[in-house]
Design a protein around this ligand. Structure first.
Ligand code: IPM
Ligand code: MN
Length: 369
């Protein structure tokens, strides 16, 4: 916490595009309820960023806004992506720029099936689908290293390089090991060992994942002998995510593989309505978001599922060090999925977006554990 007044968190809220503002409003409602119950408050500042502002002013993420964002304790983001704006402009200009500039080098994505939520995986329930992916969030093909030669000719060549430094790999691995010690299956009383599994492709990407693998075992052996180390090739990992998700505890991987496998993970936990993530700078300002997009076709109807954004807010509380409040939010969400919602799909929940927020806020305010 950078907070000047103890117990007052300065939060930047970026509602963004489409259904972003609707889900963010519910997450803020739940944060307020948690604060009231657990004895802290929020000072919320909204940032008008996204497709509408871009259309109006041509501005995407001005440096002045970025500088302001650096002064907050945390950031909550709704959704980025607008049907009138070419794909990539806002995603790269806002989301990726914020991740890079604020050096949010971890993308933490829990894959957790809540009770009452349907999964496409046969015979798997909340006991089996309960792990996290630690996705490195600054390197790989995302650095933009590459280019064209002979562009526009039949001989055109395009190169997009995957880039990793030892420094990037080490800080990501350290986070994963520390996370496993604190929140792994043993730490949570769900198993007899905490495990970190590296997900790579050492049989083909013989430079990048060689580096990852050496760094993984060196650090594990030296600093985390209490933590079990596993390794999966990313393609095989996709199979096991479907067939045996119970094998996993903490998965750690590069940016591109992490992007891909977390969409697979999200669908196994009930879809984008439930999947939350945190872009985390453990030494700086983090940004929490539902993984799903802006869902333009549902905008303004009050039917979108706000739970992913509420869960993202819960992750924010955990990162701010408000663990009991974070637990209360997660348990309130579990109560609502188990006992209230008919379905997780937009328009089929049996409640409006606002009513779902009310239900979670109410349970959170009760201090439901
Ligand atoms: C995600 C998204 C982004 C990514 C896009 C929108 C740039 O897919 O957060 O997973 O690739 O990281
Ligand atoms: Mn993605």
């Amino acid at each position: 916490m950078t907070g000047k007044d103890i117990g007052v968190y300065k939060i930047a809220v970026i509602p963004g595009d489409g259904t972003g503002p609707e889900v963010v409003a519910e997450a803020v409602k739940v944060l307020s309820a948690a604060g009231e119950k657990f004895g802290f408050t929020f000072e919320i500042t909204e940032f008008d960023l996204g497709g509408e502002r871009y259309k109006r002013t041509g501005e995407i993420l001005p440096d002045s806004a970025l500088d302001e964002l650096r002064g907050f304790d945390s950031i909550l983001l709704g959704a980025i992506g607008h049907p009138d704006v070419a794909p990539g402009i806002l995603e790269k200009g806002i989301l990726l720029k914020a991740r890079f500039e604020l050096d949010q080098y971890i993308n933490l994505r829990p894959v957790r099936l809540y009770p009452g939520v349907e999964t496409p995986l046969k015979d798997k329930g909340p006991e089996e689908i309960d792990y996290v992916v630690v996705r490195e969030n600054t390197g790989d093909q995302y650095t933009g290293a590459g280019g064209f030669t002979m562009k526009g000719t039949p001989q055109e060549v395009a190169v997009q390089s995957a880039v990793y430094s030892r420094f990037q790999v080490d800080r990501c691995l350290k986070y994963a090991f520390e996370y496993a010690r604190k929140y792994g299956k043993k730490a949570r009383g769900k198993g007899d060992v905490n495990t970190v599994a590296l997900v790579g492709k050492t049989n083909v990407l013989t430079y990048i994942y060689d580096l990852w693998e050496r760094a993984f075992h060196e650090m594990g052996e030296r600093d985390y002998p209490d933590i079990r180390r596993d390794y999966y090739h990313v393609d095989a990992c996709c199979m096991w995510m479907v067939k045996n998700p119970e094998w996993f505890d903490v998965l750690v991987t590069g940016n591109m593989f992490g992007d891909i496998i977390t969409d697979l993970g999200a669908i196994t936990q009930g879809g984008m309505g439930l999947a939350a993530g945190g872009n985390i700078n453990p030494e700086g300002v983090s940004m929490f978001e539902p993984i799903g997009g802006s869902a333009p076709k549902y905008t303004g109807q009050g039917i979108i599922n706000p739970l992913a954004c509420i869960c993202a807010a819960g992750m924010m509380l955990e990162t701010l060090g408000e663990q009991p409040a974070a637990d209360a939010v997660e348990n309130a969400v579990k109560f609502v999925t188990a006992h209230k919602l008919k379905s997780m799909a937009a328009g089929a929940m049996g409640y409006s977006t606002g009513e779902v927020g009310d239900l979670v806020a109410q349970k959170t305010a009760d201090g439901y554990i």
